[in-house]
Design a binder for this molecule. Sequence first.
Ligand code: GLC
Length: 732
Amino acid sequence: MIGRKWRNILLILLSSLVNLYAGDFFKNDEIENRIDLLLSKMTLKEKVGQLNQVSGTNKDTDEQIRNGRIGSFLNVVGAAETNRLQRIAVEESRLGIPIIFGLDVIHGYRTIFPIPLASACTWDPELIKRAEQVAAKEAAVSGIHWTFSPMVDIARDPRWGRIAEGHGEDPFLGSVYAKAKVEGFQGKDLSDPKTIVSCPKHFVAYGAAEAGRDYNSVDMSVKMLREIYLPPFKAALDAGAGTFMAAFNDLNGVPASANHFTLTDILRHEWDFRGFVVSDWTSILELLSHGIAGTPEEAGIKALKAGVDMDMMSFIYVDRLINLVKKGELSEKLIDEAVRRVLRIKYYLGLFDHPYMDETLKKEILLNKEHLELARDVARKSIVLLKNENQLLPLKKEIKRLAVIGPLADSKSDMLGTWHCQGRSEEVTTVLKAIQSKLPKVKIKYVKGCAIQDNSKKEFDKAVRETKKADATVLVVGEAEFMSGEAASRTELALPGVQLALVKELIKTGKPVIVVLMNGRPLTIPWIADNASAILEAWFLGTQSGPAIADVLFGDFNPSAKLAISFPRNVGQIPIYYNHKNTGRPPGEEKFTSKYLDAPVTPLYTFGFGLSYTNFEYRDLTLKTEKINKSGDLIATVKVKNVGDYDGDEVVQLYIKDLVASMSRPVKELKGFKKIHLSAGEEKNVVLKVKASDLGFYDHQSNYFVEPGMFKLFVGSNSVDGLSTNFEIIEK
Ligand code: GLC
């Protein structure tokens, strides 16, 4: 009798052999035959049960599992509980079909990493992949098979609170992270018990909600959909994503959860997706509120026919489809197709072969030292240095007296950010605590100064007094954790409450003040940008927020992050993003050009921007050849030198502009980047490669093509500054 360990190894070997012959994803005859056989035994009741996802358990759910009414749970955690429920499904229901347990593992399970918008500023997909591998491990040993992640919605409107959950405004960068996260979660073999199946969401264009108001309507050309909002989903699919989640919003008049064009024509027919689609929470029932269904039955038919396979919390599939089949209003074949897709993923997860999780693993996995160290590393690399006048930073560790001030300087609960899964605030190290442990001999005075959003200034005097006495002040301000994420749109993006007044009071003292921002979205901080000597954008960095910020403040880490999202100067500029069109009257001195009377047209901080404690100089941008054909590669080389005193990382970014085309093209488009490390004084040749086939665009008939003509190439440290040269794509 082989032991459990060898059995698992054998299983993994066997299933990876199966996968070797699986071709591209989820195509395997042996599994299809098993599904055929099982389907042939299932009653209609058992079939619709597989399409029913329930959140949490109650007094009835055990019996419902026994009767085959529940195919999936979300929000049930802990291997003991998931095993208990799984035993009922596998050993007490008629066919023993295992349950798939899903959860929002968005930026970590128990070890919480920075929110996705923060880690998107690392420009380090390999690092993010490792973070998701940790998240997958921690979730898997806790009984979870499936994460409703990565959220890959492109967003250009920071009024939308869910901008915190995505990877910013750019489809190229968003696609890089979509791939990295799917690979991180799923690994090479979904039946490996330490991997979980991913779920790119929210399909599609949820981030374009009108006016940044969550759940609001979306209306755009299919050209825009294909060029901006679909690419990250396609990248996730190409990386092997096993499920997708349909979005809440209506898209061009058809709600995403009933949108046959996106869910079937594109996702299944064009892209050949073979996993399953889950609705968003009650998004099938919400078709009534959208006004495209008059009854739950109608909603169920529309969603199923459009391509939604599993019903999250509407209970329409499980309660209404049987009758519809009996009345001849719905073909059972359609239900069979949906059930097939759900069973396919359950087979690939290996749930039929090993349905239970080893309950002893969690203690060595959850929140272990290695995971915490990785979380600290991702956090440090997510911090964007926005300003550093006269090299105020890094602070000297020999500082005599330091004031640590602000409502977020010692707030455990906010550090974790939105969607913090099983993260616990008591496990967070705050900025104050981290500085105290880093500098035990320094006199550190803490004053909260004010709350995040009430208007009391009663602690201002005390804060001013401590700033006057201190050699430097670290002032930590921003949003509360609940102010970003789902159902958290804001019409104002300034610091809430009286925080700006506190910043002004402390800066007025003339003493050195470092402003540390904690927020889930770009904020409008023009006064701070003009008047603070140093500004760190620290987002919500998760469990290791404090140590990471302290490492940057005191030079144990040289900040290298680059913004994945533009910062507007004010809400009136929104939407504002770097890859905009030139217009026929680009902004200029002339009155009759595209600009505002009361503000510049440029953002406060541009996409790709971020400073370092050192400086990098670019020179000698050359091309291997100035002419390439449509199937050719453009190879650019540039010299980058670290001309400062600190070793550091630099993100060398490559943008292109199609100078003349049959349709107007953006002024710049990110098409490549490389993150390099340079010791002080070191210079490197950086080689960047771009495929000509990636420089095309869509027409209004959804034809993608690359047009010959002249292009400009930009290489630099952000989306504005850098070197440029021209190249040509030629016909043949
Ligand atoms: C929520 C979110 C979705 C999440 C789901 C389950 O409403 O829109 O992103 O995965 O419900 O929690």
